[in-house]
Design a protein around this ligand. Structure first.
Ligand code: FMN
Length: 216
């Protein structure tokens, strides 16, 4: 059976969301195939993104060599996850996603999903925003998109029968060069360790909703 045809192991939204916790130690002998990771990513990129720019990029560390390279940029408190996770996925932001922005809308027009007039209106409305934007704006935008897709990954890990831990405890400046990526184009957003848990998660508390909410 092709991975795309496989049913999710867990399709219970309440369980997936409310029982998600950060696990930091995983069973070492568990392999997740590249095929399954590709499937998880395929599902994850259904995430929304600003102007549908999809300003994300993934670096999958799914071999001992790649995980070694991941370890080299991690802060030591994240070594237990790196050393035991089946896979570690770096979610990067693409701050040049607007360079290829026309492709996605041309495709939508070709598919008949929108008219060419609608496409041209989108080009006129959104493209100038990004073409004139400074790096700070582009980084924020890509960080938002990357965070959306990262959250989907965390939940999808559970839907596929795994647990996960988001980790941004790495040496920010080292990540992009470590994976041979263009520093003019990519920024690190977070990384996600995925595997089968080998110890209990640490129970975390939340502030009361009233403490973090104003009804305006
Ligand atoms: C942006 C971000 C970065 C994080 N970085 C790390 C990290 O480097 N190492 C780690 O062990 N946990 C990291 N976490 C996990 C948090 O510590 C965890 O989500 C929080 O304590 C709540 O626990 P829970 O995930 O079990 O609900 C990170 C979480 C987020 C959202």
């Amino acid at each position: 059976m092709d991975a795309t045809e496989k049913k999710l192991v867990n399709n219970d939204f309440k369980d997936i969301m409310l029982n998600r916790h950060s696990y930091r130690k995983f069973k070492k002998d568990v392999k997740i195939s590249d095929e399954e990771i590709t499937q998880i990513l395929k599902e994850a990129i259904s995430a929304p993104s600003a102007c549908n720019l999809q300003s994300w990029h993934f670096v999958v560390c799914n071999t001992p060599e790649a995980k070694k390279r991941a370890r080299e940029v991690m802060m030591p408190f994240n070594y237990p996850q790196i050393d035991t996770a089946s896979t570690v996925i770096f979610v990067m932001g693409d701050i040049q996603s607007h360079y290829k922005y026309r492709d996605v809308w041309n495709k939508a027009a070709e598919n008949g999903q929108i008219t060419t007039e609608e496409r041209d209106k989108i080009f006129k409305t959104f493209l100038p925003l990004y073409e004139k934007a400074d790096r700070n704006f582009l980084e924020k935008d890509a960080t938002l998109d990357g965070s959306m897709v990262a959250m989907q990954l965390l939940l999808l890990a559970r839907a596929h029968g795994y647990e996960a831990n988001p980790m941004s405890g790495y040496y920010f400046d080292k990540v992009v060069p470590q994976f041979g990526l263009d520093p003019e184009r990519y920024i690190p957003i977070t990384s996600i360790a995925i595997g089968k848990p080998d110890e209990e998660f640490t129970k975390s508390v939340r502030y009361d909703v009233s403490e973090v909410t104003d009804f305006a």
